[in-house]
Design a protein around this ligand. Structure first.
Ligand SMILES: [Zn+2]
Length: 76
């Protein structure tokens, strides 16, 4: 995480190293991030890594497509 900003709805968005943004809402009991509500808490999280949902999704898609291609090639 390299920074934080508020979106238009007032939710905190973590700015990730990859350039993507990810919501870091505090929504108990599902999402428990009390630190996001305080400036000190957010500052303490800077430099830590947060799994990027968008990057993860792209990786999964790429892997799935790769396996499919390989299978097709083998059958040919
Ligand atoms: Zn990303």
């Amino acid at each position: 995480m390299v920074g934080f900003h508020l979106d238009e709805e007032g939710h905190w968005v973590a700015e990730l190293e990859c350039g993507h943004g990810q919501h870091v809402r505090h929504q108990p009991p599902m999402v428990w991030r009390p630190w996001v509500r305080t400036e000190a808490g957010r500052a303490s999280r800077l430099g830590q890594t947060l799994d990027c949902v968008r990057c993860d999704r792209e990786e999964v898609n790429a892997e799935g497509e790769g396996e499919e291609d390989e299978g097709t090639r083998r059958r040919d």
